[in-house]
Write a protein that binds this ligand. Structure first.
Ligand code: AMP
Length: 541
């Protein structure tokens, strides 16, 4: 017998419809590229998203056509999120920090028909333009600018474009919840980027779960800043999940330095934010030198790469900000786990609680994790046995977009490429990327653990640990360090910091000092570059 309940498809347009109806006057603040703040609300965002959707369909876009964005976090980008997906098209968010060849590859592979971009990226777009002959319109996300129009005959302007839309347009009614809604490419350190094609349904399931208390915990009392860019896995879904909950949204534009963020957080009374560790390192450095505080910020989600424990402590102890350490991947929309204690942990002493909080956390309903050996056998969830981390769930990809047949996911689990432990409560701890883990004399050494410890050293501004080739042990850990400004601390001092904190044989063999750790477009350390540079230094000695 079937249940007798209504059939309401899970559509992205439904999020903004709800927000406009029940949180219509809730503010959306948006920082422009010149630093000024625009203010609109959810009723306004919906109205203009609809008009934009109408303009796109009038321009001849057909169901599931890809529309690219190259843009910061701002109100027009939010309108594109809803206007494009809401009208049955696919919102392809492009990461402008990628190399131009990668951008040409990605936008060609996606067959984007229209590209919307922020003025900041005009010269980038100019360089791409003649390499992407199939793009039919290049639209700058600005008011009409006669001077620029004269200089660039191919250029269109967002406000002109949106004006061609109808005011009485409504979302098309032929959109299924399984239809594609948005597209992101993974920025792997090797090989071509791969497309992850999200559906309305997966986006809604992810958004609904993300808003629950043990994930991001958004409410209509929150004021939220997604520091993570809207071109990086849809800002971790927050432009859907925070809007669904009716949170006030504050979009920071291009200003992601410590001072700009602290000013924005404090002036706009922001309660929750989300971003990668490198951003927070800059913010903490600014707080420490300026003496500023964060009187309104209650919590922040940190993920994308391992959050050093020293960062969690500093936020809690010095600024009264709760860090929600999270793990995820583009392929998982992205949320996989978030660290929140359980009821049974509340009576534990502070040190024990702190220990639990160090892991990447546990999966919410809808996400399942498992650790496997190299032969595909599932390993115990005992908090100690480490293995290849696989996952499955309603917001995990089933295949890459137009993928090579050999990348097909065929056993029902998505292999994440991470190496992790899982305990019986589901708390997951990343030990490494499988290709980054260090195998010394047949034993595994976690580069993540060694990096976390190095980051706690008072003289270290940034650090990475790689596997360097070694005659006797095959591989040994090598620490690459950026010292804080004007600091001259030597290798011996930094290495002695490990004594008593890790097993002796884990301590890196040497330290290389550099001015900067190479990172990819999403802030992840490019260990292949470091390995190329320093992989043989232990062989020479
Ligand atoms: P991306 O798809 O670009 O978001 O990259 C996903 C990868 O980032 C994961 O497979 C992890 O290796 C890494 N990652 C994400 N969050 C964390 C975290 N909290 N700790 C350690 N690694 C992380």
């Amino acid at each position: 017998m079937r249940g007798l309940m209504m059939d309401q498809p899970l559509l992205i347009s439904g999020i903004i419809d709800h927000a406009a109806r029940y949180h219509g006057d809730t503010e959306v603040v948006s920082v422009g590229i010149d630093g000024h703040r625009d203010r609109t609300d959810y009723a306004g965002v919906r109205k203009r998203s609809l008009k934009l959707g109408s303009a796109l369909l009038k321009r001849g876009m057909k169901k599931s056509d890809r529309i690219a964005t190259v843009a910061w976090n701002n109100f027009r980008h939010l309108e594109l999120y809803y206007g494009v997906s809401g009208s049955g098209l696919v919102c392809h968010t492009v990461n402008p920090r990628l190399f131009p060849e990668q951008l040409v590859y990605i936008m060609g592979h996606a067959e984007d028909r229209i590209v919307f971009f922020d003025k900041t990226f005009l010269s980038l777009v100019e360089a791409l333009q003649n390499q992407l002959p199939n793009v039919e319109a290049w639209i700058m996300m600005e008011d009409h600018d006669e001077e620029l129009a004269k200089e660039h005959s191919w250029l269109e302007f967002y406000e002109d474009f949106i004006a061609t839309g109808d005011d009485d347009f409504n979302w098309p009614d032929d959109i299924d919840e399984w239809d594609a809604s948005s597209l992101c490419y993974t920025s792997g350190t090797t090989g071509n980027p791969k497309g992850v094609l999200y559906a309305h349904r997966s986006t809604l399931l992810h958004a609904m779960m993300s808003a629950t208390p043990d994930v991001m915990g958004f409410s209509a009392r929150d004021s939220m800043v997604p520091v993570v860019p809207m071109f990086h896995v849809n800002a971790w879904g927050s432009p859907y999940s925070a809007v669904l909950a009716g949170s006030r949204l504050v979009l920071p534009g291009p200003f992601l330095d410590g001072e700009s963020l602290v000013t924005l957080f404090n002036e706009e009374k922001v309660t929750i934010s989300a971003g990668v560790p490198t951003i927070w390192a800059g913010l903490i450095q600014y707080l420490e030198t300026s003496g500023n505080k964060l009187p309104h910020l209650e919590r922040t989600v940190i993920g994308g790469s391992a959050c050093p424990p020293s960062m969690i402590d500093k936020f809690r102890d010095n600024y009264d900000v709760d860090v929600l350490h999270a793990w995820g991947m583009t392929e998982m929309s992205p949320l996989g786990t978030v660290n929140h204690l359980k009821n049974k942990h509340l009576d534990l002493d502070a040190d024990k609680q702190k220990e639990i909080r160090l892991s990447q956390g546990r999966p919410p309903y809808g996400m399942e994790l498992g650790v496997f050996d190299d032969e595909g056998n599932q390993l115990p969830n005992d908090g100690e046995t480490q293995g290849n981390l696989h996952c499955r769930g309603g917001w995990v990809l089933s295949d890459y977009y137009l993928a090579d047949p050999d990348t097909t996911i065929d056993d029902g689990w998505f292999p994440t490429g991470d190496v992790a432990t899982l305990d019986e409560d589901g708390f997951m701890q990343i030990r490494d990327r499988s290709k980054d883990i260090i195998k010394s004399g047949g034993e595994w050494i976690s580069s993540v653990d060694l990096e976390n410890l190095a980051m706690a050293h008072p003289c270290v501004a940034d650090a990475a640990v790689i596997a360097a080739r070694h005659e006797k042990w095959d591989e040994r850990p090598l620490l690459v360090v950026v010292r804080k400004e004007n600091d001259e601390t030597g290798a011996g001092d930094i290495l002695s910091f490990y004594s008593g904190k890790v097993a002796k044989w884990w301590i890196p063999d040497a330290v290389e000092f550099v001015d900067e750790i190479p990172r990819n477009a999403t802030g992840k350390v490019r260990k292949n570059v470091l390995r190329e540079q320093f992989g043989d230094v232990l062989m020479e000695t």
